[in-house]
Design a binder for this molecule. Sequence first.
Ligand SMILES: NC(=O)C1=CN([C@@H]2O[C@H](COP(=O)(O)OP(=O)(O)OC[C@H]3O[C@@H](n4cnc5c(N)ncnc54)[C@H](OP(=O)(O)O)[C@@H]3O)[C@@H](O)[C@H]2O)C=CC1
Ligand SMILES: O=C(O)C1=NCCCC1
Length: 232
Amino acid sequence: MPCGVGGEALGCKIVTAFSNNSQLGLPSVMANILLHDPNTGQLKIILEGNTLTGLRTAAASVVATKELHSGEKCRLAILGAGIQAKAHAFALNHAFKFKENEKAKKLVEELRAECLTDGTDFQVSSTAEQCVRDADVICTTTYASEPILHFEWIKPGVHINAVGAGVNHHSELDTRTYQNSVVVTDSMASASEELKGLANIGVPVYAEIGQIINKTVKIPKTHCTIFHSLGR
Ligand SMILES: NC(=O)C1=CN([C@@H]2O[C@H](COP(=O)(O)OP(=O)(O)OC[C@H]3O[C@@H](n4cnc5c(N)ncnc54)[C@H](OP(=O)(O)O)[C@@H]3O)[C@@H](O)[C@H]2O)C=CC1
Ligand SMILES: O=C(O)C1=NCCCC1
């Protein structure tokens, strides 16, 4: 993932995703950042990039949630219990102060200890359905290659940040959820490759989040909104 800002900065994040790494005690997503001198191109430093990946991905979901969900934000549901689940729990709670949170057990004690100072509570759900029912905002952060979120479980007006990816990037949500949603992404260029399967179920990628932010595109009323986070 290359990035340049005028004459000020030049860098590249190299990232891999190996979903079975937890069996080896390693993070499944591992990133390093190469920073170059923006005037000469000389490599200056190689930085650990996992921390930034957590922060940036969750921050993008916060921005998308602000732009795409206008209703009350009482209940946050997170499917998944890894690095991104935790990053999203922190970032979305910080931004929106949810009253209730449902997420996997192994994260709960850690989150209670780290977040309870502001009165937020976290609960464990035994099923994905229980987790997402009545949620206002849902984040999916897994490697599921079959849908883990079904249309009949979600209430009208929900906003979904679809962050994870299985074999393809649209495997966490079922077809009906897509067909009843407006899908916004971070990069149309990436979506044309990584979300091309959506065309097979008649679902267009409606806009880039940047177009919503700069008000060149307006979101029509739909059952729900999906921010498809591709990460680049
Ligand atoms: N859009 C973006 O910008 C980014 C996207 N990602 C994507 O986000 C996802 C999560 O990344 P990260 O949090 O770092 O990964 P982790 O390995 O830390 O966590 C993955 C979580 O997904 C769960 N999981 C794995 N497979 C399945 C499945 N088949 N069904 C249900 N749950 C499953 C795991 O469960 P268990 O705990 O039981 O193993 C775990 O809780 C990945 O798909 C990754 O590629 C990551 C970074 C940036
Ligand atoms: O770092 C990112 O951005 C990633 N996006 C998609 C999957 C893995 C990491």
